[in-house]
Design a protein around this ligand. Structure first.
Ligand SMILES: [Cu+2]
Length: 108
């Protein structure tokens, strides 16, 4: 086998490897879709409570969207699962005076 042929084989092998790694990256990025959870909140008593809760949640890094519903006493939160998690969100509402628990989640 000539040096030229071995080099060709080597570069072919490395490009195959590169493609494999690249497609693996695409797969893992697809699995990092924004996550959404719904928290059931305690202590919501007045119209200002949702504002306080929303502020507390928005201060958590990675939180993208917060929708607090006073009637159902829930907060729907969209967040980057690489930056935060449900535990941190529950902690944020609890620290603000509103203990919460997960009511629904798309997190597997
Ligand atoms: Cu209130």
């Amino acid at each position: 086998m000539s040096i030229k042929t071995s080099l060709l084989i080597l570069s072919l092998l490395s490009s195959i490897l590169w493609v494999t790694v690249a497609s693996a990256n695409v797969n893992s990025e697809q699995s990092i879709q924004p996550q959404t959870i719904t928290l059931k909140l305690q202590n919501m008593t007045c119209a200002l409570c949702p504002i306080t809760i929303k502020k507390a949640l928005q201060e958590v890094e990675g939180v993208q969207q917060v929708i607090v519903d006073f009637d159902t006493k829930t907060a729907a939160i969209t967040f980057d699962s690489k930056k935060t998690n449900s535990d941190a969100l529950i902690k944020a509402t609890t620290n603000a005076g509103y203990p919460s628990a997960i009511a629904a989640s798309n997190v597997q």
